[in-house]
Ligand binder design. Structure first.
Ligand code: URA
Length: 237
């Protein structure tokens, strides 16, 4: 397969951009710089763009799952509880979840067989926005909202500024949407607990520009080309 087609099929960019990257010296095959646009990629060739190994679409699987509550985000569970892998059992490639959602959290979970992509998405330096919808117990006062926005101590770690929108306020519950930029264990639950509101329901609705949309609970879809290109953009910084 021609080099530019191979790069484009990994969702990194268009073929034209792939040619430009090749001319710029950003592409290596089997560790060697390749500037020849007509290069034919052979089976077994390892292609790197900007220092990262890429996988063409044929080998790479990136899916978006709407995880229901009551599933463990793990490839297997010693206690034999249902895992997210039970929901993607018909995918033959060896995919694994990127990051983790709690047993009781629902929503957007990415699964892939691309280790580099997984590392990129979870690496703190990229500060990828994760958007959650939460129902919390009680009223969320302005003072608490201000604290959450500024950053709160969740036990040895102060969260970076979060974005928070109150969607609905009732007498005994508040519905909010919150954007966080780290991925600490049980972060959103711990953030609300730190200001005195218990999270009752939690759903992740977006990871960066990848949106859960109308995907039904327990269902999955393949990422779109636009989503793959967006991930390619982030990984190139
Ligand atoms: N924050 C949490 O508290 N739980 C999740 O599952 C994800 C983020």
């Amino acid at each position: 397969m021609r080099l530019n087609k191979y790069i484009a099929s990994a969702g990194i960019c268009s073929r034209r951009k792939a040619d430009a990257l090749t001319a710029d010296g950003a592409v290596r095959v089997n560790g060697l710089l390749v500037r020849e646009m007509g290069y034919e990629v052979k089976e077994g060739d390892v292609v790197e763009v900007g220092g990262r190994v890429i996988l063409p679409e044929t080998g790479r699987v990136c899916i978006v799952l709407n995880k229901p509550r009551g599933y463990i985000t793990s490839v297997r569970d010693a206690q034999k509880r249902p895992t997210v892998m039970d929901l993607v059992g018909d995918i033959p490639e060896r995919i694994f979840p990127v990051g983790r959602l709690d047993f009781d959290t629902s929503g957007l979970l990415i699964l892939t067989n691309d280790g580099a992509l997984s590392q990129m998405l979870t690496h703190p330096k990229h500060r990828i926005r994760k958007t959650y919808r939460a129902r919390v117990a009680g009223v969320l006062s302005d003072e608490r909202i201000a604290r959450l926005r500024k950053g709160v101590d969740i036990g040895g770690f102060v969260t970076s500024p979060a974005e928070l929108r109150v969607l609905r306020q009732a007498e005994r519950a508040t519905w909010v949407e919150i954007d966080v930029f780290e991925g600490k264990n049980r972060q959103v639950r711990r953030m609300f607990a730190a200001v005195g509101n218990k999270v009752v329901e939690l759903e992740r609705v977006a990871v960066g520009e990848i949106l859960l949309g109308r995907l039904k609970e327990g269902h999955y879809r393949k990422m779109t080309r636009a989503e793959l290109a967006y991930l390619g953009e982030i990984s190139r910084g």
